[in-house]
Design a protein around this ligand. Sequence first.
Ligand code: N01
Length: 483
Amino acid sequence: MTEQRPVKVAIIGAGMSGLCMAIKLQDAGIDSYTIFEKAEDVGGTWRDNTYPGLTCDIPSRYFSYSFRPNPNWSHLLPEGPEIQAYFQQVADERGIRGHIKFGTEVISARYDDGHWRLTTAQDEETFDVLVTATGVLRVPRYPDIPGQADFAGPVFHSARWDHSIRLADKRIGVIGTGSTGIQIVAALGGKVNKLAMFQRTAQWVFPMPNPRYSPVVRATLTRWPVMNRLSYRFWGLIVRHFFGRAPIRPGVQRRVVQALCRWNLRRSVRDPQLRAKLTPRDQPMCKRQVMAWDFYRSVQQPGVEVVTEAIDHIEPLGVVTADGVLHELDLLVYATGFDARAYVRPLTVIGEGAVTLEDAWADGPVAYRSVAVPGFPNMFMLMGPHSPIGNQSLIPVAEDQADYVMWWINQIREGHIVSAAPTALATRDYNDSMKSAMPQTIWVSGCSSWYLGKDGLPELFPWTPERHRELLRTPVLADFDVR
Ligand code: N01
């Protein structure tokens, strides 16, 4: 037996992927890890987003860790609070909380003398390996509308929902019609005094039903875990082979999704004026595909208005559109999305030669196979640039990436290497080949979306989920500067 070196690992973020990394380390017998978490609980996205109607649009059976199925999902699509409860439960079961420094924001991470030195507001600590698990859509993006500060009522971003406010008697304005805005409108339409949906760009809506799992199904899956595993595989096949393939290349999947979106609008909205307002100019899936069952029904409830006139400014009493109309409101919600290019930032990361990640990413975030960056040895990212997001369940993606990181950690532990970082050449070649695959994706078919980077190309993975797994299965040593 070779003697194993102790390896100290820092994980930043206790969301879905940070917990996944912690479990992989524990399974390998590595207890010397610390998770730094800015907030006071695990869960990341599912802790921060609590807006009415929050539901993940990936089937619940496949929105679980492969190693920790959950027979108790209430619906085909899991609701926000039960996803959060699932991650809390996993953290408790695996005893991960004891490794988490809650309320601890990492301010900077510097690679120094073969180690990562992490500085928090409280202290400094040194690690052998740094894993960033800071999520994708974490930093809320606020609109820049004249007069915003003048609004007399409460106003907040969808990811910072204020539950102290009673909604039923309110006139509510929702700015934004991405997946979030549409879920909020679907949940509140007809249930509040008035709802104004401010739509800058119409969205295609895929008709995704969300049936409840009966107690019999749940009991069966609890009694026979093999059924749960089969169910995971079944939904995995659907997600990967249908929704995963539709946007990345022309074919039957793309035609079916597009036809169903068009059919959904035609059959659900009979009023020609409203239908015209809700008809997008771009193709289904060009933006991140919205999946909803109730949206068109909700938007036709009494008291709901779809405002397509551009917003001019905000006044104390409400929102004024370009036609001079004042839409009087008591509460304003910004469902205006997130800064998708933040990744680990605003945290300062300093690699070899005092080069910061900010410098390395001056032309936009890039990575080697989404997990590593040249000049930043022993730093690995979960959900880094060009990860397969948007048309996938992120959980299997995080598992594949964490397995890849484990391979490198084991190399260090077994004393084969001290450090590894991808070469600039391999990283450039990888990114060039991705760029050449972008034209066949639907994401470049002429819409604006958070998918697009500075160069106008999507910061997404243009191949199949299987290819992503394959790329991470066996590390290519020749692509790395290994010491
Ligand atoms: O954000 P978005 P989101 N004036 O960026 C509009 C995931 N997600 O929070 O299209 C007026 O998609 C903007 O208009 P336009 C999912 O990956 C998943 O909704 O730019 N409008 C757009 O309509 C999703 O893609 C689930 O013209 C303004 C909206 O705001 C991602 O999160 C559920 C504006 C922003 O849409 C982000 O979704 C929810 C302005 N100044 C979210 N600025 C699941 O079910 C922006 N907009 C898994």
